[in-house]
Ligand binder design. Structure first.
Ligand code: HEC
Length: 399
């Protein structure tokens, strides 16, 4: 009994002290967020500065060049790690593409890819773990803090851009919108606009902003949610930029991310588990094992538990293996096991959950249904033909 207590204390210490020696510091987070903000603005604004090699707005064009340079300088201040040279090269190439006045699409893609690479390399957490609130939640805050520049319904004004402009807003991921409200980032806003906003308020405001450009639109059809399950849940909904998607997915995502509280029911639980596990991996890699543990448990409770019985009914062996994987991972995260081991366990669990998804969601049952229906139809046809043939012969023989 006493050993158990010692063991428990050790686990708690490991869990709460680890962030202290985490590789990711708030200063690094700030530098990475600022660089990401600059890259996102290049992606969004470059098309207004250059059109097919023609200069439309000299000042805006020069600003893009400065942004690329600043992004490079910020990345150079981040701790060196394998992959940073490639990231720097990618930003330098972006600078050259701007220099050569390449097409807006090319520059946008390059800027967005570079931002994604930066996020992966520096474990940027670009999504919350909990479902986002309705757009109305932050509306009072919006009225208080944002209306003076962006207008009552986001229509814009002298002080700030039009937030109803769907073409422009489609360039931003929800995270990019959230990132424009980062008080430490010295980006779009002065400190007095976003200085006291909590992370959760910023996410809620990002949803409020995302809702302006889809106001009054009908929800996308449900089968789109089946086709793009990653976009109805986190982190997909938060990190994906609609402009990079096929048209149907882009307009669906614009609506979904403006109504996250309604979309939640469309998300398959195992997709939620997978999304949370991906977030947990990012936390763990960044040295935040408390965050990783929280997300791991959330994935278990909200993604896996609701389906455990259903999976068990199809495949008992799989459920035993899954239980063992969850427990192993939980222990590893609690005791602060080495990164490589924990990441391998996460991958293992995610792969096994994909198998579970295939078991419960596989169309095998339907195929069988079709097979039976086909057989019955063939049988009925044979009987009818047989009957018809028999009657005909009788008639003929009577004649
Ligand atoms: C003092 C005026 C002002 C206030 C107040 C203000 N903004 Fe802005 N906002 C701007 C300007 C100017 C930009 C454009 C910056 C740029 O293009 O570099 C901007 C950009 C944005 C963007 C990025 C969209 C785009 O098209 O560039 C979002 C999102 C945004 N603001 C949301 C908000 C929210 C939410 C609030 C309230 C918390 C707020 N803003 C308050 C002036 C303001």
């Amino acid at each position: 009994m006493r050993y158990q207590w010692i063991w428990l204390c050790f686990c708690f210490l490991a869990l709460f002290l680890q962030p202290l020696w985490a590789q990711q510091s708030p200063e690094n987070d700030r530098l990475a967020a600022r660089a990401s903000n600059l890259l996102s603005y290049i992606a969004v604004d470059y098309g207004d500065a250059i059109d097919e090699g023609r200069l439309l707005d000299t000042e805006l064009y020069q600003l893009q060049q400065q942004h690329a340079l600043q992004a490079l300088q910020l990345v150079q201040q981040l701790p060196a790690r394998p992959g940073r040279a490639t990231l720097e090269k990618s930003i330098a190439e972006l600078g050259q593409a701007i220099e050569h006045r390449e097409s807006a699409k090319k520059v946008r893609r390059r800027a967005n890819e570079t931002a994604d690479r930066l996020a992966a390399l520096y474990q940027m957490q670009r999504s919350p773990a909990h479902t986002l609130p309705a757009a109305t939640l932050a509306m009072p805050l919006y009225r208080q803090r944002c209306v003076s520049c962006h207008g009552e319904q986001g229509e814009g004004g002298a002080g700030g851009p039009d937030l109803q402009d769907a073409t422009r807003i489609a360039n931003f991921s929800l995270y990019d919108l959230y990132n424009t409200l980062d008080p430490t980032v010295e980006g779009a806003h002065e400190g007095d606009v976003d200085g006291t906003l909590s992370a959760w308020q910023r996410w809620a405001l990002a949803v409020t902003v995302a809702a302006f450009s889809v106001e009054g639109q009908l929800p996308p059809s449900v089968d789109l949610a089946e086709r793009y399950p990653a976009l109805v849940g986190l982190p997909g909904m938060a990190v994906t930029r609609p402009v990079e998607l096929p048209d149907d997915a882009a307009s669906a995502l614009m609506w979904w991310r403006a109504h996250p509280h309604l979309v939640r029911a469309l998300e398959p639980p195992l997709a939620r588990a997978d999304g949370l596990l991906r977030l947990a991996v990012t936390d763990y890699r960044g040295g935040d094992s408390a965050g990783a543990y929280h997300k791991l448990m959330l994935a278990y409770r909200e993604g896996y538990l609701p389906l455990r019985a259903q999976i068990g009914a199809r495949d008992e062996v799989l459920i035993t293996q899954l239980q063992a994987r969850w427990q192993k991972l939980r222990r590893q995260v609690l005791t602060g096991a080495p990164n490589a081991e924990v990441i391998a366990s996460f991958q293992d669990l995610r792969a096994m959950l994909a198998v579970a998804q295939a078991r419960i969601g596989s169309p095998v049952g339907n195929e069988r249904g079709y097979l039976w229906a086909g057989l019955l139809f063939a049988l009925a046809l044979t009987l009818t033909l047989g009957l018809w043939w028999g009657l005909r012969r009788r008639k003929l023989s009577r004649l």
